[in-house]
Design a protein around this ligand. Structure first.
Ligand code: GCU
Length: 610
């Protein structure tokens, strides 16, 4: 057996040894590269029906809902009513009000602004199923639980407000008109991720696009490729379908490389090849993306992939072997405007990222506190912004509950499977500001192990709480042994009694051999509220807060970057000061309509020095 083949089988053996729990987390279908597949976009006007008392799911005594309330039934209510007779209904999605999907219902009508519960949505669409083809519905996100029915049949369910899911509908799809009904339940509780306690608005609904995707009977369900620090490119391809085994898979990386390999009995094949000499590395300054093509008889999967390496060496973060400083900003998923619907179109996302990349001269964005739209992550690849990605294990969850841990691991897996071909993503974070306890540290430890199993090519971090002893700020968190990069949120000068002048006295006690990121710092300011700066909520105070905090940052020798809190004011029901807030967290460097505050210029000038 030649040398290359020997290496090939060694790699296959290594990758095949994933523990079963990591394999169990793989969703039934991924449809990686779905955006490039032929599909029917079901965005548009959907009818809806409120169901605050959940009558469409369960009856008063917990039994199955009465048929007159089952929103998902495949019936023409008006036609039945026209015949007269005993049957009657207490819903009709055919004649319901309309809502633009994708988009959260909280922004759709004043009546739904604070609605938190179950809403049913319907979309009728024409289809012409072809023999031998398979059909799937891919939801990019539904917040928080989804109950999916097609033509009256339950197709599947999903929990989690920010990750995609794929349901096969080959058997339920019919020629002509189809009736898709989705029950969306925004309710959170002590066992959800996140719980009901957050500092951002609810945004319930079908918040990202839904597409009908058709594939051949045997198709490429997943394909991943990455450049490793050893100078080789490796990854795997997985086919699904009756002819998945012993299929030749061709891989072309632009015009710089082309190889072939044959799938094993399970339809899986691993690639491992030396990086071509002509391969341009992806960097924020030069975000080179290659058209990568995975093909088998009858199917092609297209991806645009950047090739780079990310590592930690001592207290340095190395991008393509060179020390990196992260000039970043934190961001919630909320478009500019007075009434955001969390409808992140490419234009909306580009407007936000433009402020970081070109307004602030940044090279990094913390997509907080949950997986953002794949539109945003793809734009980060294209524009050259490095990304911190996290799932909403935020403040506190039910640490002792194995079912909640499983939810977190599954949510991480859905995020990693979705984004592991994105060069921009360099950090997977396992938590935000979670109070230290043995069960919490075990929970995060399992999350860190999960990330390393699913994706050994990226770094692990967490936004930790800072310990304070007088003027000394320290990180004393047992979790740091599981992290590659330490990160901490600090608000001295905003929360607490510190004056802005007192910030100058603060010193940091952190491990000297680990890179540190200031994952959050910030102060509120109402755009246009001006005075001499000695009053909180003024633009001058926020600007001076930034000057003093940035001077403190310069005194931390292991600091390798920051993502100040936050690019833009964002909706939060926690923030109800009637003059300064009115339901908005005002820590943005821009107002909700995109007006830059004084502090924007302070940070931009600072980043010019980095
Ligand atoms: C915390 C938290 C943010 C919150 C911010 C604030 O650090 O991570 O989600 O919005 O503080 O208080 O504004």
């Amino acid at each position: 057996m030649n040398k290359l083949a020997t290496v090939f089988w060694i790699v296959v053996g290594a990758l095949a040894s994933l523990p079963t729990w990591a394999q169990d987390l793989r969703p039934a279908f991924l449809l990686t590269g779905a955006h490039a597949r032929d599909s029917q976009d079901l965005s548009g006007q959907w009818t809806y029906s409120k169901d605050l008392y959940r009558t469409g799911l369960t009856d008063i005594n917990g039994w199955v809902a009465k048929s007159r309330m089952q929103r998902y039934r495949d019936i023409d209510v008006a036609a039945v009513e026209a015949k007269g007779g005993a049957d009657f209904f207490e819903f009709d999605l055919d004649r319901g009000p309309l809502m633009a999907i994708p988009g959260a219902w909280n922004a759709a009508t004043p009546e739904l602004r604070y609605y938190d519960g179950l809403v049913w949505f319907q979309r009728k669409f024409a289809a012409s199923p072809q023999p031998g083809k398979r059909a799937f519905l891919r939801f990019e996100a539904v917040n928080y639980r989804a109950y999916v029915y097609l033509n009256g049949k339950e197709i599947g369910r999903h929990e989690g407000g920010f990750t995609p899911f794929v349901l096969e509908v080959t058997q339920a799809l019919r020629a002509g008109e189809n009736r898709l009904v989705v029950g969306v339940d925004s309710t959170h509780d002590a066992q959800s991720i996140p719980t009901t306690i957050t500092d951002w608005d609810l945004y319930g609904g079908i918040t990202r696009p839904v597409r009908l995707i058709t594939t051949p009977a045997t198709f490429i369900d997943d394909a991943t490729l990455a450049l490793r620090p050893n100078g080789r490119i490796s990854g795997e391809v997985r086919l699904q379908g009756p002819d998945a085994a012993n299929q030749q898979v061709s891989l072309a990386i632009g015009t710089v490389a082309s190889v072939r390999a044959v799938t094993d009995a399970s339809g899986r094949v691993v690639f491992d090849l030396p990086a071509p000499k002509a391969l341009a590395r992806w960097t924020p300054e030069q975000p080179t993306l290659y058209d990568v093509r995975f093909s088998v008889a009858g199917d092609v999967l297209r991806e645009r992939i950047g090739f780079r390496t990310i590592e930690v060496k001592g207290s340095q973060i190395l991008l393509n072997g060179k020390p990196l400083y992260l000039r970043g900003m934190s961001l919630h998923e909320e478009e500019f405007g007075p009434n955001p619907a969390r409808n992140i179109t490419e234009q909306a996302s580009r407007a936000l990222l433009h402020e970081i990349k070109h307004g602030l001269k940044g090279n990094y964005v913390r997509l907080s506190h949950y997986p953002h739209s794949e539109t945003t992550v793809r734009l980060a690849d294209e524009m050259g912004l490095l990304v911190w990605s996290e799932i909403p294990v935020y403040w506190t969850v039910d640490w002792d509950n194995p079912a909640v841990l499983r939810k977190a691991l599954a949510m991480q897996a859905e995020t990693i499977y979705r984004d592991r071909n994105r060069a921009s993503v360099i950090l997977w974070s396992v938590g935000n500001e979670t109070p230290v306890s043995p069960s919490r540290t075990r929970f995060h430890g399992a999350m860190a192990d999960n990330v390393r199993q699913l994706d050994p090519t990226r770094l692990v971090s967490a936004a930790l709480l800072v310990e304070r002893q007088g003027d000394v700020l320290a990180i004393q968190d047992p979790l740091i042994d599981k992290l590659d990069v330490l990160a901490v949120n600090t608000y001295a000068g905003w929360y607490g009694a510190d004056t802005l002048d007192a910030i100058a006295n603060l010193t940091w006690k952190v491990p000297s051999d680990r890179p540190l990121i200031l994952s959050e710092f910030g102060a509120d300011a109402l755009a246009g509220y001006r005075n001499d700066g000695n009053r909180k909520f003024t633009e001058e105070y926020q600007a001076e807060y930034y000057r003093k905090t940035l001077a403190m940052a310069d005194r931390i020798p292991t600091l390798r970057g920051m993502s100040p809190w936050i690019l833009k004011d964002f909706r939060s029901p926690r923030r109800e000061h009637p003059v300064f807030q009115n339901g908005w967290n005002r820590k943005g460097l821009l107002s909700e309509t995109g007006v830059r505050k004084q502090a924007f210029g302070v940070l931009r000038d600072y980043y010019h020095t980095k």
